[in-house]
Each structure stands twice: as C-alpha cells, then as structure tokens.
Write a protein that binds this ligand. Structure first.
Ligand SMILES: C[S@@+](CC[C@H](N)C(=O)[O-])C[C@H]1O[C@@H](n2cnc3c(N)ncnc32)[C@H](O)[C@@H]1O
Length: 207
C-alpha cells in the first residue's frame, strides 16, 4: 500500500463524498433485517442505519479504510449490530440467500470485476430481498460520455481505482436484478463527470 492510498485517500474520500450525505440518508433508511454493505469504506453509512437493520455486515478489503470505519461502528446506535468484515465483493464469504438487504453505495465504480460482484450480491440476497444502490455511472449524453472517457485514466489513478464509465444499470440487469425501483438522475452538488447517478431499490428478477 502506498502513502497516498493509506494516508491521504481515506480523508479525501470522506471529504469528496460529503455532497452525497442526504442521498445516503434516504437510501440507508430503507435497509432492514440482516444487511450486507459491500465496500463500506470508512463507514460513512454506518451511523445512518435505523433500528430495523438488525445486523449489519460492513465488508471492506482496504485495511486503512477499515480502520477508519471502527469509529462509526462503535459510536453508532446499537453498536453490537455492526460487524466489520475484511473481504472482497467478488467472492462473498456468505451462503446463498443470506441477506434481507444488500447495499452498494459508490462502490460498483471501483470493484475490478463489477459483473462478478453483481452476481455475488444476487447470490447472497434472499429472493424477496432488496438491493439498495447509490452509484455514479456512465452518462447517457454522448458529449458527457466523451468527457468521462477522456478523464477516466487520470481519475482512475487519483480515486484509487474508481471508473467514470461504468454502465452499472446493465451490469445489475444482467446479474438478475429488476431495476424498476431505481431512478437515474443528475446530481447537482458534484462535478458533471460524476453527476449521473442511479439511486433506489432493485429486487431479484424471478424467471
Ligand atoms: C469510493 S469508495 C466508497 C466507500 C463507501 N461505500 C462510501 O459510500 O463512502 C469505494 C470503495 O470500494 C471498495 N472496494 C474496492 N474493491 C472492492 C472489492 N473487490 N470488494 C469490496 N469493496 C471494494 C474500496 O476499498 C472503497 O472502500
């Protein structure tokens, strides 16, 4: 791990994602039952889980971010609910149908193989469960897409693997999710190249 990713990126991440606070609040308020949050980072969402989230597994591969998540896990409401788990969303250490809610918040942009992570989220989610997502995605407008593709190589390095060009709606649909409850919108509080967002609740598509 380099100095940048270990010491500078974690506080930078907290600062850079502050404009999403209200979106996080709205999303996380819906989590219920046994919850898995993939790529929980420094734990920004942990204080937002309501009492209906009875057990929250916050999975994160990066040790520096995980260390930062200890504070929010300890200081939040009913801290016994939180389990910080070192792990990879591409190989989830859980049995099929184990969770009532899976949360993917600003993370499918960063996971190396997002298709695989989406299939894993589908696998561990109960058939009547909910996938809650908040993700920045590839824009639909060709001009905006061109900018995202130009900026992506630099952004990818600065933001520790984050990609501006992920078509996350396609990824989730191909993994078996129904996105009827997910809306696409442009976030006005962040720069345009990360302003195209998906937010909402996806369910399992039963064939
Ligand atoms: C932009 S940060 C977002 C963190 C957090 N979800 C939030 O909302 O603040 C992206 C996160 O994805 C995590 N990540 C990257 N690869 C991953 C993987 N294979 N499995 C799980 N998480 C991963 C990173 O370590 C980082 O915590």
């Amino acid at each position: 791990m380099g100095f940048y990713s270990e010491h500078l990126f974690p506080p930078l991440l907290d600062w850079a994602t502050r404009p999403f606070y209200r979106d996080r609040q709205r999303l996380i308020a819906r989590a219920h039952g046994r919850v898995l949050e993939i790529g929980a980072g420094s734990g920004a969402n942990l204080p937002l889980y309501g009492p209906q989230a009875t057990e929250v597994h916050a999975l994160e591969p990066d040790p520096a971010l995980m260390r930062r998540a200890r504070g929010p896990a300890r200081d939040g409401d009913a801290p016994h609910r939180f389990r910080l788990v070192r792990g990879d969303a591409q190989r989830l250490p859980y049995p099929d149908g184990h969770f009532d809610t899976v949360v993917a918040c600003l993370v499918l942009c960063t996971i190396a193989d997002a298709d695989r992570a989406a299939r894993e989220m589908r696998r561990v989610l109960a058939d009547d469960g909910e996938l809650l997502i908040l993700e920045h995605v590839l824009a639909e407008r060709p001009g905006a897409q061109r900018w995202q593709r130009r900026l992506n190589p630099l952004w990818h390095r600065l933001a520790c693997g984050c990609q501006l060009t992920r078509a996350t709606d396609t990824t989730l649909a191909e993994a078996g999710f129904d996105l009827t409850g997910v809306r696409r919108f442009r976030h006005r509080k962040v720069p345009g190249f990360i302003g195209d967002m998906l937010e909402g609740s996806a369910t399992v598509r039963i064939p």
